[in-house]
Design a protein around this ligand. Structure first.
Ligand code: GLU
Length: 501
């Protein structure tokens, strides 16, 4: 069995196409089939090298790999259509000789006029067949006269094309509604429907798994397989990925490309796992599974044919799961661009990264996406007692006798204390409790405000030791200066005095 993913490099990798790539990959890796990457870049105006590179990068980021492709070669190459033009030319010549194809001299103006005329008269807007009726001699004369024709495939008349789609079941088309498609454009480049058939046949692809948007191309392709003497592969058309309004997921719904979801701070394993769940289920009530296990369970028969709606809430749910499981050192590295975006500039060395890794768990356990990590850890890098006390409600709280006592006692205890780890912090909190007779929220809320400058945040047992660990870092760690707990408590007590005076 051989499958392929055949993107056109005309933009970013759309998550719908990523899902097509993933389903091919799951099928291949679960069954021992070969997975081919082929770049369909015959549209010279819209195809770019940058887009090809971005697609390859995004597929790799998702954790997909292939056995043959433009970057790694293989026995059925080349794997870029732009490098296979000679092949299409020879097969087109073969079809011309057999009169299964013919030269078409119609200009775009002519074709447009024919189309308008057909529409105005309630006829289907397919090719009018003008050049189909040219004799060999007429065509030869026009060629000799210097005209540059396209080549069209002669679709057989009055036939049913039937195929059994592995996802959708029996599909039937009548050839009478299919206009003769261009297979080679006047500039010599092959059209999609032709190149895809030549390539899939020569690359010995056995299963074509692709988006449903290609289902109406399939009868043309099957007829081309026949005309060229090739055996058609099994087709499987996947329902498209829809937006919440059930129209195909597009820009107006928000993010659509793998690159955009990466930038938003989703982990590749979360995106892959979520994409696998659109229109397919691993069964057994399971949803969150490693990609290898998804591959083990995947089958085309299990793919549903109703359209799948892209639900970012559910993607976020998957992401939360994988954020909790991820190696903190990896998350620390991945979070760096988001710190930069948030204005927390750092160039951590190993020690700095170690510190970030030790702190990241308290943020990553409570966010949907990596981009939200800097805000959760802002208490480490921005401490400003006066700014905190600009909040009226907070000041009102701090006016209360008991609360003021906690602030003062905490500052005094910390003045004499070493840097706090979790145990030392508990000791200090206990001493403050004994001195002030405050407990529970009345004790810990003011402590939180004093030490983090915020009314909310991660668990104090984690946050407080992280502050002092950060405060001890040498400048060479490449982490912005972190104000320690002792200094925070002193600054807060002073600022509160000022405010209440
Ligand atoms: N290049 C086509 C696309 O990106 C491939 C379609 C196919 O898989 O046959 O839509």
């Amino acid at each position: 069995m051989r499958v392929r993913f055949a993107p056109s490099p005309t933009g970013q990798l759309h998550v719908g196409n990523a899902r097509t790539a993933l389903f091919n990959w799951l099928l291949a890796r679960g069954s021992g089939a070969s997975f081919i990457l082929r770049i369909e870049d015959t549209d010279a105006e819209r195809s770019t090298k940058e887009s090809e590179a971005a697609i390859v990068r995004d597929l790799r980021w998702l954790g997909l790999d292939w056995d043959e492709g433009p970057d790694i070669g293989g026995a059925h190459g080349p794997y870029r259509q732009s490098e296979r033009l000679h092949l299409y030319g020879s097969y087109a010549a073969e079809l011309l000789t057999a009169e299964a194809a013919y030269y078409c001299f119609c200009s775009t103006t002519q074709l447009d006029a024919d189309r308008q005329d057909a529409l105005a008269n309630g006829r289907p807007a397919r090719y009018a067949g003008t050049c189909r009726r040219l004799s060999r001699e007429q065509a030869a004369a026009r060629l000799a006269g210097g005209e540059r024709p396209a080549i069209r495939f002669r679709v057989p008349e009055a036939r049913d094309v039937v195929f059994t789609d592995a996802v959708r079941g029996d599909v039937r088309f009548q050839t009478d509604v299919i206009g003769d498609p261009v297979i080679v454009r006047a500039d010599g480049t092959p059209a999609y429907n032709f190149a895809v058939v030549v390539d899939d046949a020569l690359m010995a692809v056995t299963h074509v798994v692709r988006g449903e948007d290609h289902i109406s191309n399939t009868p043309r392709q099957i007829l081309l397989y026949e005309a060229l003497g090739f055996t058609p592969p099994t087709f499987a058309h996947l329902s498209l990925v829809m937006g919440p309004d059930h129209s195909p997921l597009s820009k107006r719904h928000g993010a659509t490309s793998v690159a955009e979801f990466r930038a938003k701070g989703y982990l590749p394993e979360a995106l892959v796992n979520y994409l696998a769940l659109i229109g397919w289920s691993p069964g057994g009530g399971d949803e969150l599974l490693p990609i290898e296990e998804l591959a083990r369970r995947f089958s085309l028969e299990g793919v549903g044919h109703s359209a799948g709606v892209f639900d970012e809430e559910k993607l976020a749910w998957a992401n939360r799961h994988y954020l909790k499981m991820a190696d903190p050192a990896r998350l620390a590295e991945l979070a760096l661009p988001y710190f930069k975006e948030a204005g927390v500039l750092m160039a951590p060395n190993d020690r700095g990264l170690q510190f970030l890794a030790s702190a990241i768990g308290m943020a990553s356990a409570s966010v949907d996406r990596l981009s939200q990590v800097p805000a959760r850890l802002a208490f480490l890098f921005h401490y400003d007692a006066a700014a905190a006390l600009a909040d009226e409600r907070l000041v009102a709280e701090m006016r209360e006798e008991g609360t003021r006592g906690v602030v003062a006692a905490l500052a005094e205890e910390l003045a004499a204390a070493p840097r706090l780890d979790r145990e030392k912090f508990r000791e200090i909190a206990n001493r403050v409790k004994v001195r002030t007779s405050q407990k529970g929220k009345a004790l810990f809320h003011p402590i939180r405000v004093v030490l983090t400058g915020r009314a909310e945040g991660p668990e104090l047992d984690l946050a407080v030791p992280a502050i002092d660990l950060g405060a001890e870092l040498p400048a060479s760690a490449g982490i912005p200066k972190i104000v320690g707990n002792r200094e925070r408590a002193a600054a807060f007590a002073r600022a509160l005095e000022e405010t209440l005076r």
